[in-house]
Design a protein around this ligand. Structure first.
Ligand SMILES: Cc1cc2nc3c(=O)[nH]c(=O)nc-3n(C[C@H](O)[C@H](O)[C@H](O)COP(=O)(O)OP(=O)(O)OC[C@H]3O[C@@H](n4cnc5c(N)ncnc54)[C@H](O)[C@@H]3O)c2cc1C
Length: 267
């Protein structure tokens, strides 16, 4: 149960030009495209790509370059790469485009600073996604626990889970119930709960059971007790409960491969 079909994509570095900039709630939505996007693909809800931003001081864009058809060469100089969720991949005639939603946040780093000033014609480099893992097709229920950085991934679950899966969304951090509903839209039914308590107590109230797939992502420290509850108390393994730190308070360019729980680094 909860199997997710894996697809590998060509792994390359794609120079990207901004073609559209739109305000979407707490995000700036940036549409990216370029000649090498013709085979850009993203079919999984937890897909992510590394987006390389200009040096926030000098404005210089230093980024990996494509190495042949499949592979990249990383520069020796410092880069400013951050992870984002690909959204709305579209054919544009000769190539494709993809959106990223950049959350506005205080203490803005290179990504959020760039997002605050972005204009059509600006340039970035996109690496990935390396592959996609489909949404599970056999879950009776899905519980999506997300803050603002993972609401884009939640929107992809809402789009990609089958109609037969009941979806409960639990939002935490600065996300309100109204903002989550506005962002996720009304194309299908789901419930939204805005966390008022500690996340574990909120999740306990939503009672995930043997048929529930759980995706939890966002600020990493807040997810630690929730992860312990899912893993140790409920005994849910990573195939049933995917828990991922998308950023960490006080840490610049948090590496989401770092364990949320240093005493249980199974991720
Ligand atoms: C798989 C994956 C997918 C992601 N998808 C998205 C996405 O679609 N949209 C999106 O907006 N973000 C997404 N993120 C999170 C994003 O990569 C981080 O928030 C990133 O740190 C932002 O870069 P920055 O340059 O603005 O800040 P950084 O330079 O990394 O950090 C500067 C400071 O800001 C703090 N900070 C970072 N993010 C936040 C925040 N959200 N709120 C408050 N303080 C913050 C840091 O703790 C640090 O103190 C994703 C992360 C992962 C791992």
């Amino acid at each position: 149960m909860f199997e997710r079909e894996r697809t590998r994509h060509r792994f390359t570095a794609r120079p990207a030009t901004v073609t559209t900039v739109t305000d979407v709630g707490d995000y700036v939505r940036v549409t990216l495209s370029g000649d090498t996007f013709a085979d850009f693909a993203s079919t999984g809800p937890t897909d992510h790509m590394r987006v390389y931003f200009p040096n926030p001081v000098t404005g210089e864009l230093v980024a990996p370059v494509a190495d042949g058809d499949d592979g990249i060469t990383r520069p020796a100089a410092q880069t400013f790469g951050r992870d984002f969720t690909p959204l709305n991949v579209r054919d544009t005639g000769t190539t494709r485009s993809v959106d990223i939603d950049i959350l506005r946040h205080a203490d803005a780093g290179p990504a959020a600073q760039w997002g605050a000033r972005v204009a059509v014609g600006d340039e970035l480099v996109v690496v990935g996604p390396r592959g996609s893992a489909s949404a599970p097709q056999d879950a009776e229920r899905a519980l999506l626990v997300v803050d603002g950085t993972a609401l884009p991934a939640a929107s992809r679950f809402v789009e990609l889970l089958p109609e037969s899966t009941d979806i409960d969304v639990l939002v935490y951090g600065d996300v309100t119930e109204d903002a989550a509903r506005a962002y996720l839209g009304d194309a299908r039914r789901y419930t939204v709960t805005e966390a008022q308590l500690e996340l574990t107590d909120e999740a306990r109230d939503l009672a995930p059971d043997a048929g529930t797939f759980v995706f939890a992502a966002g600020e990493a420290s807040a997810l630690l007790p929730l992860r312990r509850y899912l893993r140790r108390e409920l005994g849910l393994g990573p195939a049933q409960a995917a828990v991922s730190g998308y950023w960490r308070t006080g840490v610049v360019a948090w590496d989401h491969h770092a364990p949320i729980d240093p005493f249980d680094p199974e991720d």
